[in-house]
Design a protein around this ligand. Structure first.
Ligand SMILES: Cc1ncc(C[n+]2csc(CCOP(=O)(O)OP(=O)(O)O)c2C)c(N)n1
Ligand code: SF4
Ligand SMILES: [Mg+2]
Length: 311
């Protein structure tokens, strides 16, 4: 008898899982980080320990006074040592025979800059853990300073628009690509407008973190720092994908694959027009940003083609 085909879960199925966060939490209205954390909790489940750092996620992950705001395990860590602390936790759980997902859950400022050294070290050692970076493209919790994840042209409190400058004048660090060069079992990008794609990647992350280091990079708009309306975060995520500003891809055991093909990419202006931090940009500056986006996407495409049939 033919074996019954396993039904793939659809995204709505995940919303039947328990929401592990309480109803009222200390994130700004419309913050993509809230949807992100709730979604991650639903898919990762209660046997997950989040290793968090000072950031916009900290007030919620830490809880208030004696009350917790979620039902996940949580270890509050320094920004510099998050991946080393997670290394200890992961090794301990395995030694004690405890089945747990150890997940660093940090902002871009930690992953791309302050905690980069220990993260890169843990990846090189192929520690069995997941590192999830929610990328809101700056140090939001301390007042919207630029990080190396801030894109070219964006206005922040340390790259202001005025007589001495016109937003950030260097490119955004391509951290997911950098992490994929560590030769780790799994790297993926995801965002909140494409939840089915994101869910699959979280499921895969769980499996692959039993083999070694997994890196997930999640595009996560900040309504306050980006100066966007509170009901527009998902629209901004979608525009980032449709313009190839933030392509959705994965690298599994060194095989790169675009997981959501955009047949006719829109000009990057479709994204910058929605976001206050880009509003001042001149035609030439937008062209520079567009050529940066094109260049990165061509590298990704070449990697996908080059590794498709590789052993
Ligand atoms: C070693 C260290 N440097 C600086 C800080 C101050 N600090 C606290 S939260 C924060 C912002 C973190 O930015 P990010 O990781 O991107 O998270 P977000 O606030 O954007 O969610 C900074 C710089 C710190 N706590 N530790
Ligand atoms: S400042 Fe930005 S990232 Fe932080 S809670 Fe508010 S909207 Fe979210
Ligand atoms: Mg940040």
């Amino acid at each position: 008898m033919a074996e019954k085909k396993k039904k793939m879960p659809r995204v709505f199925d995940y919303f039947e899982e328990e929401d592990l966060f309480s109803g009222g939490v200390a994130w700004c209205a419309g913050c993509a980080l809230e949807l992100n954390a709730r979604f991650v909790g639903r898919i990762m489940g209660k046997n997950t320990v989040l290793v968090g750092t000072p950031s916009c996620s900290a007030p919620v992950l830490n809880g208030q006074n004696t009350a917790a705001w979620h039902k996940l395990g949580h270890y509050a860590c320094t920004m510099t040592g998050v991946a080393s602390s997670a290394t200890g936790l992961s090794r301990y759980y395995r030694k004690a025979g405890i089945d747990a997902n150890v997940m660093c859950f940090t902002g871009d400022g930690c992953a791309q800059d302050i905690g980069f050294q220990t993260m890169s070290g843990a990846a090189e050692r192929n520690e069995k853990m997941i590192y999830l970076c929610y990328d809101n493209e700056g140090y939001m919790n301390t007042g919207v300073q630029r990080s190396s994840g801030t894109p070219f042209g964006a206005a922040t409190s340390t790259t202001p628009v005025g007589s001495a400058g016109h937003g950030k004048d260097t490119a955004k660090k391509d951290l997911p690509m950098l992490m994929s060069m560590h030769d780790i079992p799994y790297v993926a990008t995801a965002t909140l407008s494409h939840l089915e794609d994101y869910a699959k990647k979280l499921q895969k992350a769980k499996e692959k973190s039993r083999e070694g280091f997994v890196y997930l990079h999640v595009f996560c708009p900040c309504v306050d720092g980006w100066r966007i309306p509170t009901d527009s975060s998902i629209q901004v995520c979608r525009a980032a994908v449709r313009t190839n500003y933030f392509p959705l891809w994965e690298s599994e055991d060194g095989h790169y694959r675009i997981t959501h093909n955009v047949s006719k990419p829109k000009p990057v202006e479709e994204l910058t027009g929605l976001v206050g931090k880009f509003k001042h940009m001149s035609k030439e500056e937008k062209e520079t940003l567009q050529s940066m986006v094109n260049k990165r996407f061509n590298i990704l495409k070449a990697l996908c083609e080059g590794t498709q049939n590789a052993a």
